[in-house]
Design a protein around this ligand. Structure first.
Ligand code: GAR
Length: 203
C-alpha cells in the first residue's frame, strides 16, 4: 500500500478531500500521519476522528529545527509527503531524504502570487488587486525555495469583476481538492517522472 503523510496548518479541507477520496476508493493509499505545525490547526481533528496518527510540532517553539522533527517522524515510514495548507518552510536533510517526494498545493497559478508571505486569502487579494482574469491552483514539488519547485498540475478558474477575494478563494479551493488527489494518485501509480524542471506524467 502506498503510504503518505499530510502536513497542515489550518482547517484542513484539503486533508478532508484526501480522506474522502481514500474512503470512496478513488485513491489507493493510506495516510500514516498528519502533522500540524501549530496547536490551533483545527484540521487535526479530521485525522484524529479517523484514528490516523497525529502530531503537533509547534513552529514557534521549534523554529528552523521543525524539518528535522518531521524527518524523525516520517523517515522510512511514508512514500510521499503532502503539504496541504502547510505554512512552514521546510529545509535541510528532510528535503534531501525526500527529494521529489514532497508536494505542495498553492492557491494561485505559479509563478504568479506566490513566494514568501503569500498564503491563504492574501494570495486571492493580490490576484483581485492585480485584476487578473484567470487564477487557479498549482501542485508542485517542494525544493529549497518557496513555491519554486517543478510544477505537476495546474487548474484554472475564471475571475470576474464582481469577485471578492473570498469568492475566488472558494472557487479555487474546490479545484485544489481535485488537483491534490489527482497528483497523489499519479504518484501512487508510479506515473510521475521528474527531469530537472519538467514533470512528465504518464496517462
Ligand atoms: C489552501 O487554499 C492552500 O492552497 C493554501 O492554504 C489553504 C489551506 O486550506 N496554502 C497556501 O497558501 C500555501 N502557500 P485547507 O486548510 O482548508 O486545506
Amino acid at each position: 500500500m502506498y503510504k503518505i503523510a499530510v502536513l497542515i496548518s489550518g482547517g484542513g479541507t484539503n486533508l478532508q478531500a484526501i480522506i474522502d477520496n481514500i474512503e470512496n476508493g478513488k485513491l489507493n493509499c493510506s495516510i500514516e500521519a498528519v502533522i500540524a505545525d501549530n496547536p490551533k490547526a483545527t484540521g487535526i481533528q479530521r485525522a484524529a476522528s479517523r484514528s490516523i496518527d497525529t502530531y503537533i510540532l509547534n513552529r514557534k517553539e521549534l523554529g528552523d529545527t521543525l524539518s528535522d522533527e518531521v524527518l524523525k517522524i516520517l523517515d522510512k515510514k511514508v512514500d510521499l509527503i503532502v503539504l496541504a495548507g502547510f505554512l512552514s518552510i521546510l529545509n535541510g536533510k528532510l528535503l534531501k531524504r525526500f527529494k521529489n517526494r514532497i508536494i505542495n498545493i498553492h492557491p494561485s497559478l505559479i509563478p504568479s502570487f506566490c513566494g514568501n508571505g503569500m498564503y491563504g486569502i492574501k494570495v486571492h487579494e493580490a490576484a483581485i488587486d492585480y485584476g487578473v482574469k484567470v487564477s487557479g491552483c498549482t501542485v508542485h514539488m517542494v525544493d529549497e525555495g518557496t513555491d519554486t519547485g517543478p510544477i505537476l498540475f495546474q487548474k484554472t478558474v475564471q475571475v470576474t469583476s464582481e469577485d471578492s477575494a473570498k469568492d475566488l478563494q472558494n472557487r479555487i479551493l474546490f479545484e485544489e481538492h481535485l488537483a491534490l488527489s489527482e497528483a497523489i494518485k499519479k504518484f501512487s501509480e508510479g506515473k510521475i517522472l521528474v527531469i530537472d524542471r519538467k514533470v512528465i506524467i504518464e496517462e
